[in-house]
Structures are given as C-alpha cells and as structure tokens.
Design a protein around this ligand. Structure first.
Ligand SMILES: *Cc1c(COP(=O)(O)O)cnc(C)c1O
Length: 413
C-alpha cells in the first residue's frame, strides 16, 4: 500500500504546495495528516502556553539577535562547509560536508538545546528537564543550561546509563542531575515518558527541552526553527563556493532534527534532490521508520511507527545509538508522502565502511549516525555521476570509540 493510501490523503499536490510555501504546520500542529498533539488533558494547557511563548520569542528581533550571538560565541557558528575532494574522487562526486561535528559538544544537538534553554529562561522557567538516549542530547542540554544559568535534570533509561557511562559522567560534570529510569524497556522511550511526567507535575516552573523534531506540537516545529540554521548556512556557503545550488542534499534521520535543519532551506528549490538516510540495522532489527513503519501515535504525534501487528512498538536496533527511535518527525513523513524527499535505509556494515572511508580519505572521524548519510553516497554516485552533494555531517565519532575499536580495528586493538 502506498503511503498516501495508508494515511488516506486526498490531495498530495495541495500538500506539496503547502510544504513549498511554508504553510506547515497548521495551527493544530499538523504537517498534512501527520503530527498534531495527542496528549492527556493535563498537558494541553502547558503545550498551548509553550506554543504561544515560542511564537512570540521567535518573532522578537531582540530574542533572535541574542540567539544568533550565542550561536556564534558559545556554539562556534557558522560551522564550515568543507569540500571533500579525496572522498569525491573516490566516489565520482563533488562532495561538500556541512560540519556540525565542529559545533560545541560535537554535534548539531547544541543548536536546539541552546535555543530552547534561552526560550526556557525567557518564559520564566526555574528548571529544565530533558530526556536522553545515548546521552548526546543530555550533554548538549547540560552545556546549554550551564551557559544560560538554569538547573537541569536529565532522564535516561537505566540500560542506557549502563551503556553510555562516559556521557553520564560528562552530563554530571556539566552540572546536570541524571535520573536513571527503570520503567518499561528502560531506554529512550521510557525516558521521554518520564520527562513528560515531570513536566506535567509542575508545568509552571519546569521547561521540557525535547531533543529532536518529534513529539507533540509545537516541538517538531520549534526544533526545526532552531536547527534550520544548518541549511540556511549551507545553502549560502555552497552558492558562494560553486555559484550554484547542489544537485543533492543528504542527511541521516533518527528523530529527524539534523536532516530537517539541513533540508528546510532547500525545500522550495525543486531541482535539489533531498535524501534522508535511516538506520537499516542488522539481522537483529532496524530503526528505519519511514522505510518500514505503519501509522500510529507515539509521544503525542501521529505518523509512521515501527510496530507489530497489534500496535505494540518495536524495540529498535542500530549500531548508532542516536538513530534508535521507533518513530520519526512528522515533517519528514510529509516530505516523503509528497515525494519532495526520499528516504532509504543503510545497514550497520555499510555505515561502518563509510566511516572508515571518510577517515582514510579526509582525516575526519564522523559519528556513526552521520556515517549512515555517507553510506548513501555510492548509490547516489551510481545514479548521478559527478553530482554536487551537500552532506550533513551531524557529529563527530569520538563518542563511538567503544563500538569502533572492536568492530573496525578488530578484537585485539
Ligand atoms: C542524535 C544524533 C542524530 C540523530 O538525531 P536527529 O534528531 O535525527 O538529528 C544524528 N547524528 C548525531 C551526531 C546525533 O548525535
């Protein structure tokens, strides 16, 4: 069944027009059929308050100027657009890397964490709560909250606390209180539930700083607004460098924040092909929601989900912890439905091979998440030899050494 049929969409052309002319989300937070806010009564008020406050902040020139200054001073923006001639020669492409790995804390997540921390301060919150899976969003949030001057509590599944000890230490050093969550599967999904619960219990004083372009409205929109700086910069940089728009823009998709941040500026450029890359995992399973999901509601948002025949959510599997989420942001679902972007899955082995290739050709150790985007390049080269490609290098790979040492260097290293 086609995605349009599965989601009972009457008019795909109208939806594409809405996307291109930036009429999504609508006032209910819907990206076409996707998104919305399917939440308990207790959260409705808090989400409405957040939506209003965020809209006001983002249309306030003083807030925007302060945010821009902080992105420059504390994050290190603009990040470079690095030509990758050796990689390009090997693949038969003209490749440019958008270097979010060079942002403070080593990934794009700080753009959103800092933006929302500044928003929390403006809205008068007295503390921030956040969820984290692998710990990357927790580290970015801890750093942003220290910078802004707000205490923060990070909820993390007990299984992840065990698996991601260095990031737990990093969060604690940066002043965050890390709470180990033992409910459910004790991973990211339970951590999100717990952070939402903490918010519902004290919506006046607490700000919930969500880490990707997902969850109930306004988060998918809000996170996109804080991440779109990636694509705004990249579009200007590639024009400056080559005098033309790229043929293809490619990024990895977990919840979808770095990809939507990079894609957003290019959505109206109909000649630019947008490619999102999900985690195809291994025989143990995957996290390829757009490739293999079916409609359902998770964490307040309607869209494709990895689920069984009776709607039970699947545990996801990927060599990259940051792509391990059974849902995906609603704007990606709409980009896919309208055909404006296409999504594919690459498996663990392909991502590891792509990581090694970038290390060897350009001297850059990418995050395993970003390596999924790199792994799509040979296929793109086969379809469009010589194409100019802008690739979102969402983060650096130092955090992945415990995985890489046995799997890439071999057991003895
Ligand atoms: C968290 C993470 C991702 C996945 O999250 P998105 O919201 O899909 O961007 C990708 N790359 C890196 C380096 C990450 O840390």
């Amino acid at each position: 069944m086609s995605l349009a049929a599965a989601f009972a969409v009457p008019d795909v052309h109208q939806l594409l027009d809405d996307l291109v002319h930036r009429r999504v989300p609508d006032e209910r937070g819907r990206f076409g059929p996707f998104g919305g806010a399917f939440v308990p009564e207790s959260l409705v008020q808090a989400l409405a308050h957040l939506t209003r406050g965020a809209q006001e902040a983002l249309s306030d020139a003083d807030f925007r100027a302060h945010l821009d200054q902080e992105l420059q001073d504390a994050v290190g923006r603009p990040t470079p657009l690095t030509p990758a001639p050796n990689l390009g020669r090997e693949l038969g492409l003209n490749v440019f890397l958008k270097r979010e790995d060079l942002a403070h804390t080593g990934a794009h997540k700080i753009n959103n964490a800092l933006g929302q921390a500044l928003l929390a301060k403006r809205l008068g919150a007295r503390r921030v709560v956040a969820e984290t899976g692998a710990g990357q969003h927790g580290v970015a949030t801890a750093a942003a909250c220290a910078r802004v001057g707000l205490p923060c509590t990070v909820y993390m599944g007990a299984v992840d606390v065990e698996r991601q000890a260095p990031n737990v230490a990093r969060m604690r050093l940066l002043g965050a209180d890390v709470v180990s969550v033992t409910t459910g599967e004790a991973t990211l999904r339970a951590a999100i539930d717990e952070a939402m619960r903490a918010w519902v219990a004290d919506p006046e004083d607490t700000y919930y700083l969500l880490g990707s372009a997902l969850g109930p409205h306004p988060y998918p929109w809000l996170v996109r607004e804080f991440q779109k700086v990636i694509g705004d910069e990249a579009r200007a940089q590639v024009l400056d460098r080559t005098g033309a728009l790229p043929d293809v823009v490619v990024a990895c998709v977990g919840g979808g924040s770095n990809a939507i941040g990079l894609f957003h500026a290019f959505v109206p450029d109909s000649d630019v092909e947008l490619v999102g890359v999900e985690a195809g995992g291994s025989a143990a399973g995957d996290a390829a929601t757009l490739t293999r999901g079916r409609p359902g509601v998770l964490h307040g948002s309607y869209g494709p989900l990895l689920q069984g025949a009776h709607g039970q959510i699947h545990e996801t599997h990927s060599v990259s912890a940051g792509l391990d989420y059974p849902g995906v942001g609603p704007e990606h679902a709409l980009l896919q439905l309208t055909g404006r972007a296409r999504y594919l899955a690459v498996d663990d082995e392909q991502a590891l091979a792509a990581l090694s290739l970038l290390c060897r050709t350009e001297g850059i150790l990418p995050a395993l998440e970003s390596s999924h985007a790199l792994a799509a390049l040979p296929g793109i080269a086969a379809e469009r030899p010589g194409a100019t490609v802008v690739l979102g290098l969402s983060g650096r790979g130092d955090k992945d050494l415990p995985t890489l040492v046995p799997r890439v260097l071999g057991g003895g290293a």
